[in-house]
Design a binder for this molecule. Structure first.
Ligand SMILES: *Cc1c(COP(=O)(O)O)cnc(C)c1O
Length: 390
């Protein structure tokens, strides 16, 4: 009997080891893993370069308090700011913590400039920002908030794509708009470039902050370091997590100078955030992401994957309704419930995971090989064939 709380619907499968895009189960089966811990293992399982980096650090120093200078963190923060819009970085341990800190930073900014009533955060209804109390009420999803009241105040919502609703929802008390550049959990819905530009304009005009949650779509997953880089805009605050640790828990909030300047000593903190072990892996992930041509290759291979998935959709329109995504954050929307199809893919040795709106999420490691994508395509095609013959 398992003594773990039953808050997960776990599949009856466990793994003894992983290598790159593959996982080996305890009962001797080999799976192509296109879940990768939900977009966490940017470089697949047990990547030798990342292993070496963390191993090296374990022999030096694992953890010290943020009461001291952490050179590995100084280095990672510097690199993150050199490569992005950000001037400053705040390290956390997870996505939810990073989005919470992003919300805190936005509120603190208006407090510090003498506008404490500007404290409401405007979010997309049924988005996903994590599972802390603040984050679930930011998401505004009934399923996630059920039984966890009283409601955390301070969040307003608009519907994805509802531009008028968005404009109307901004009040004199709005501090920031917060949304995922590409919505992951809720069904791989990508905010188009022109809308991102529009969001930036609205925020400028109304003098509010723009928070883009790139916890899932950031750190190279989209084919650029940030998914919003395609739109050539600069948000004010960006929480990241999943991909930056390559499998080690690590979150961060990137922000511009005006926001960062209001987070003075003692205003926020984390015991584990930015510890040397996490920083060593973060730095190693940055080494790999910014290797010459790497992101270009993510763009190239994801384009190929997308085209092949669309061909399957053309051949099986009665099963697949839509192919969605950006970079290697891909989704197959089925006409009906996707649970059974995911199970069939698993039987055929391809691991994928569910998202909202009947979507099957496909998340290969960023260094996936073409032959592995070809194998996934073959398995998805066979599974469609199998299903349509039923
Ligand atoms: C996963 C996710 C989070 C929460 O991250 P955790 O590490 O699970 O707390 C927040 N925002 C987005 C967009 C995510 O995909």
């Amino acid at each position: 009997m398992s003594h773990l709380v039953k808050n997960y619907n776990r599949r009856k499968i466990a793994f003894k080891r992983g290598k790159g895009s593959y996982l080996y189960s305890t009962n001797g089966k080999k799976y192509l893993d296109f879940v990768q811990g939900i977009a966490v293992n940017s470089f697949g399982h047990s990547n030798p370069y990342l292993s070496k980096a963390i191993n090296k650090q374990t022999k030096k120093v694992w953890h010290v308090s943020n009461a001291f200078i952490i050179p590995e963190g100084e280095k990672l923060a510097k690199r993150l700011t050199q490569k992005t819009f950000a001037d400053y970085v705040l390290f956390q341990n997870s996505g939810a913590e990073a989005t919470e800190a992003a919300i805190k930073a936005a509120r603190r900014y208006f407090y510090a400039i003498g506008k404490p009533n500007k404290n409401r955060i405007l979010c997309i209804k049924n988005s996903f920002h994590g599972r802390t109390l603040g984050a679930i009420f930011a998401s505004g999803s009934k399923k996630m908030t059920e039984g966890f009241g009283p409601k955390v105040p301070g969040f307003d919502h608009f519907k994805f794509g509802d531009h008028n609703g968005l404009k109307k929802a901004i009040t004199k008390n709005t501090a920031a708009i917060m949304c995922e550049t590409a919505m992951g959990e809720s069904g791989i819905k990508v905010i188009p470039e022109w809308c991102l530009k529009g969001l930036r304009k609205i925020c400028n005009k109304r003098k509010i902050l723009l928070i883009l949650d790139e916890v899932q779509c950031g750190v190279g997953r989209s084919g650029k370091f940030f998914a919003f880089d395609y739109a050539k805009i600069k948000p004010d605050i960006v929480p990241i997590a999943k991909g930056i640790g390559g499998g080690f828990p690590l979150g961060a909030v990137l922000m511009n100078k005006k926001v960062a300047s209001t987070l003075t000593a003692g205003s926020h903190g984390s015991t584990f955030g930015g510890n040397p072990l996490a920083m060593s892996v973060g730095n190693a992930v940055m080494d790999l992401i910014f290797k010459k041509g790497f992101l270009k290759n993510v763009q190239k291979i994801s384009k190929y994957f997308m085209v092949e998935l669309k061909k399957i959709k053309e051949d099986y329109p009665e099963i697949i309704k839509e192919v969605r995504g950006i970079g290697l954050l891909l989704g197959l929307q089925l006409h009906g419930d996707q649970t059974k199809f995911i199970k069939e893919l698993e039987k055929n040795k391809l691991l994928t995971i569910k998202a909202g709106e009947n979507v099957i999420r496909i998340l290969p490691p960023l260094n996936v090989r073409k032959q592995e994508i070809d194998l996934a395509i073959k398995i998805i095609r066979n599974t469609c064939n199998q299903e349509s013959n039923l």
